[in-house]
Design a protein around this ligand. Structure first.
Ligand SMILES: C[S@@+](CC[C@H](N)C(=O)[O-])C[C@H]1O[C@@H](n2cnc3c(N)ncnc32)[C@H](O)[C@@H]1O
Length: 355
């Protein structure tokens, strides 16, 4: 087995904090705001990752099945794009899914020369993933990075300078707002080399009833997944949330084309969080915003690529056209393909009034 996991820390990224301090600061900032919120990246502790794994198996949560259909049917087209030279197969936020093992299995069978570099903020899912992969694929070189997507890409660029195929599956890009997506993609572009490839999953706009069912499943797993955020604050930050006094609410915002998840306080209450050393007041029916899941048209996808310096190679669809995996390549002018001059180009990409 050739697998290892690196936890990215303060020595690797100048702006990283201890994970628990960062969580406490984000909860403090989010619950102190006029419109309360908690970033969705905190869903994925051990319990949250397991609940999400179960959600992806629900028929209502069509995203996973649709993307699996695309990748199973068209993986050889993707393999052809990276054949011939050693490369890094980088995956942003893999969790643990059949989509990942499908790629690894087929790529190994085709004799492609690659090492697998998963980057995930959840130490528990990374541990489980790397352990499982070592059993399933003893010859695979795996280098797991625990940390934020962007810190992982930055670290990777300094260590393994070879061609990258970056997977960003499950429409996880949709958890960023439009402005955050542009900023994230421009940062990723800076870290990558000319002609590197990105394969990104986009959940397409569709019948709102299908969306509402996907994010309000009949078994109540999405509700438990959302409420686990409060349980995590209780476990890790000494919070005193009575989870029974909150409820999950998922709704579609037609103006931003996104499913929005909330935790709604069902009564007036005050909740103390020990690690933060203060209480937070909630009015009856006041909401905490917990997740943004944007839905896209193809012109939205094309706009994102053009704003961030990528060239679209092709879009792959499932048979219902519910989902698209879009393959992009990094396009850098010859004059800035080496060194840090890429910064200047990223700045010159310009901004758009839609941000
Ligand atoms: C929605 S799940 C997607 C899992 C899988 N890619 C799929 O398609 O089913 C998001 C994954 O990204 C990870 N994640 C969320 N925010 C992250 C961040 N900012 N940096 C690194 N990983 C993150 C979570 O831990 C989780 O494993």
């Amino acid at each position: 087995m050739r697998a290892n996991v690196k936890i990215l820390g303060a020595g690797d990224c100048a702006d990283s904090f201890d994970e628990r301090d960062a969580f406490a600061l984000d909860v403090l900032a989010g619950l102190s705001a006029a419109h309360k919120s908690i970033p969705s990246k905190y869903f994925y502790d051990e319990q949250g990752s397991e609940l999400f794994r179960r959600i992806t198996r629900l028929p209502e949560y069509y995203l996973t099945g649709c993307e699996l259909e695309i990748l199973e049917g068209q993986w050889d087209r993707i393999a052809a794009l990276v054949a011939g030279k050693p490369f890094n197969l980088v995956e942003l936020g893999p969790g643990f899914s059949r989509k990942t093992t499908l790629f690894l299995e087929r790529f190994l069978k085709s004799g492609l020369d690659y090492q697998y570099v998963p980057i995930d903020i959840s130490a528990s899912s990374m541990g489980a993933l790397v352990g499982e992969l070592a059993d399933l694929f003893p010859d695979l070189k795996t280098h797991g990075l625990v940390g934020d997507y962007f810190h992982g890409l930055k670290w990777l660029n300094h260590r393994f300078r070879r061609r990258n195929l970056v997977l960003f599956l499950g429409s996880s890009i949709g958890n960023f707002t439009r402005a955050e997506s542009c900023s994230f993609l421009r940062s990723a572009w800076k870290c990558l080399n000319h002609d590197d490839l990105v394969l990104m999953g986009f959940d397409l706009k569709k019948d709102i009833d299908v969306l509402l069912r996907a994010y309000n499943d009949s078994l109540g797993l999405t509700s438990r997944f959302n409420l686990n955020l409060l349980e995590r604050i209780n476990r890790e930050l000494g919070g005193c949330f009575d989870v029974e006094k909150f409820r999950h609410f998922g709704s579609y915002d037609v103006s931003s084309s996104s499913m929005e998840s909330y935790l709604v306080s069902q009564e007036r209450q005050s909740v103390f969080i020990e690690q933060i050393g203060r209480s937070f007041d909630f009015e009856a029916w006041e909401a905490i915003h917990t997740e943004h899941s944007c839905k896209y048209s193809l012109s939205d996808v094309e706009w994102l690529a053009s704003q961030s310096g990528f060239k679209i190679r092709e879009h792959l669809f499932d048979s219902c056209r519910f989902f698209a995996d879009s393959i992009w390549s990094v396009d850098k002018p010859e004059s800035v393909r080496q060194g840090t001059e890429g910064e200047a180009v990223a700045q010159s990409l310009g901004s758009d009034s839609r941000l």
